[in-house]
Write a protein of this length. Structure first.
Length: 287
């Protein structure tokens, strides 16, 4: 009887303690779960602060450089990013490349908007209606010239390919140039429509701004794009000039395939080559 009573007492005690243990475990789990997001947030915040500090340091060093040193720095950044991009691209699967390109397009669009906003600020343009119309114009032209961009990218892909003969390259380049020339009439009409909306032809400073960012003419590309024209802000590159061909990697235009010199996607801003793909390199890229 004593043994049975003892066993019964032990069982009852365990049954009483079990809810307490469960409650304690749940409480500990709740504490851990509440700490983890906070730790993750702090880690992310630390990374952002470190990147911001590094970006600020690059900007300051860039501002302290002479114009020649700035140009050399930009070229070095372009080469570094080109090499990094080629290594990453070679290691990706086809699906990873497709996903990466989609992500880069989204990032490019975000950065393009930020950098274009910086250009408006640098030029003292504050009218929101004018700013929106110019942004819409640029976005529309990018969309309209996607076929040209694809042609340019195909040419770029064939450059290191030994199976692509000189004759094929010559033909592809001629087709691309013809397509760009044919597109000029459409673009000129679009410019007239833009002028009717914002009257830039009667506003010397606004017309000058559109010229310097490569929306009008190709003078901007001739002198190196906005990276050279607006040097005080090292985060800005340049549109490049429309006349150089929207879409050519590193060419003067609103486009550039992956690795386009001075392209946007590498974080270098609009760059001398316009909106380029991943691998472009302006100062402050990768920030």
């Amino acid at each position: 009887m004593k043994q049975e009573n003892l066993k019964s007492h032990v069982i009852e005690k365990r049954m009483v303690n079990t809810p307490k243990l469960l409650i304690g475990s749940l409480a500990a789990a709740c504490c851990i779960s509440s700490v983890q997001p906070s730790f993750a947030q702090r880690t992310q915040q630390d990374k952002q602060e470190n990147r911001a500090a590094q970006r600020a340091d690059r900007q300051q060093r860039f501002q302290d450089m002479t114009p020649d040193q700035q140009q050399q720095y930009i070229q070095q950044r372009q080469q570094q990013r080109q090499q990094q991009w080629q290594q990453r691209w070679a290691a990706m699967t086809p699906q990873q490349r497709a996903d990466f390109q989609q992500q880069m397009q989204q990032r490019q669009q975000q950065r393009a908007d930020q950098q274009l906003t910086s250009l408006f600020q640098a030029a003292g343009i504050t009218d929101p209606e004018i700013i929106d119309l110019i942004k819409q114009f640029i976005a529309t032209q990018q969309k309209a010239r996607e076929p040209l961009l694809e042609m340019a990218r195909n040419i770029a892909k064939g450059l290191p390919d030994k199976n692509v003969t000189d004759d094929k390259t010559t033909t592809a380049l001629a087709d691309f140039r013809k397509a760009v020339a044919d597109d000029k009439e459409r673009y000129d009409k679009a410019l007239k429509a833009l002028d009717a909306s914002i009257n830039y032809s009667t506003n010397p400073k606004l017309e000058a701004f559109l010229t310097l960012i490569g929306v009008i003419g190709n003078e901007s590309a001739t002198v190196g794009g906005t990276a050279a024209i607006f040097p005080p802000n090292p985060m800005m590159g340049g549109f490049g000039g429309r006349g150089g061909g929207f879409g050519g990697p590193g060419g003067g235009g609103f486009g550039g395939g992956p690795g386009g010199g001075g392209g946007f996607g590498g974080g270098g801003g609009f760059g001398g080559g316009g909106f380029g793909g991943p691998g472009g390199g302006g100062p402050g890229g990768g920030g």
